[in-house]
Design a protein around this ligand. Structure first.
Ligand SMILES: [Fe+2]
Ligand SMILES: [Fe+2]
Length: 294
């Protein structure tokens, strides 16, 4: 096992080659440390109350799926077709020259654009995995701990399938958008569990759900569509958990505490707005084009 510690996430693209036959000794884990003042709690009252959270936990067990078996990984979208056919109303505003590209270049651009978007999904899912596991310790009630544990497994599966799709079907990872990273840092290192909850369950997952649904609608790749279908189903449950649980918890707070949470939510929304603007693939593509025309 080889672990290398870094001060921050990678800044450049990471390419995966099908021919690469990695052995365990070739694998290097690159880890970035964060410290968090986690206030955990045991729960000594095992009484199970039948409430909305318990029902969501049951639903999660019923709708469990296996990323290796339930998706058709044998399918690879034709290399001469786009993965995502953008809506005519959504032009690539910042890539002025887009319309002047050849069909081949447009397809190449589509691969990079989709890889950048899916990479943000992947990094966000890793963040969700880490936060959900913190919630198992922090959430104060029995049903919420069990639910958070089931969500942790859901998030692991999401990391697994986005990573596999990117590596096997596109062959490139984009680095994390700095705004998304800043938001994850904020959520992971805050000591108040309900702020983690607001940041992750409501804001990040709420936005992610909308982005997943949009991509599910636009993509022409049936494998990606199927993958997103399963992920969306899980995320809808996660957001519902966040809303239901907070509805009850917020009632126990003072007006000052509520105000603090509102400010946190507002700040998180502002950062999230920035993260929705993906420009790196476009910049990258323009650079590649310039280089190739030299
Ligand atoms: Fe997820
Ligand atoms: Fe989630």
């Amino acid at each position: 096992m080889k672990i290398t510690h870094t001060d921050g996430p990678p800044k450049d693209l990471l390419y995966f080659d099908e021919e690469m036959d990695l052995q365990q000794k070739d694998v290097e884990d690159v880890a970035e440390i964060f410290k968090t003042p986690l206030t955990g709690s045991y729960n000594w009252d095992y009484t199970v109350s039948d409430n909305r959270i318990k029902r969501l936990y049951e639903l999660g067990k019923e709708l469990n799926w296996n990323g290796s078996l339930d998706l058709n990984w044998d399918y690879t979208h034709p290399a001469n077709e786009k993965l995502v056919e953008a809506d005519e109303d959504l032009p690539h505003e910042t890539l002025e020259a887009y319309e002047n590209l050849t069909e081949e270049e447009k397809i190449e651009f589509d691969r990079h654009d989709t890889a950048e978007l899916l990479s943000q999904f992947l990094h966000g899912e890793q963040g969700a995995l880490l936060v959900a596991s913190q919630l198992v310790s922090c959430a104060p009630t029995y049903n919420a701990k069990l639910y958070a544990a089931s969500q942790t497994f859901d998030e692991a599966r999401h990391v697994e399938v986005f990573n596999r799709y990117l590596q096997e079907k596109i062959g490139v990872h984009y680095p994390i958008n700095p705004n998304l990273k800043a938001l994850l840092d904020k959520i992971l290192t805050d000591e108040r569990w309900d702020l983690k909850f607001i940041g992750m369950q409501i804001i990040i997952e709420g936005l992610a759900l909308a982005a997943f649904q949009m991509l599910k609608m636009l993509t022409k790749d049936p494998l990606l569509k199927q993958l997103l279908h399963y992920v969306v189903r899980d995320e809808a449950r996660h957001v519902t958990f966040g809303i239901n649980y907070l509805e009850d918890f917020i009632k126990t707070l003072t007006p000052e505490e509520i105000e603090e949470r509102a400010e946190f939510a507002y700040e998180a929304c502002v950062i999230s707005r920035e993260r929705l603007i993906n420009t790196k693939a476009e910049q990258r593509f323009q650079k590649l084009k310039q280089e190739s025309s030299l």
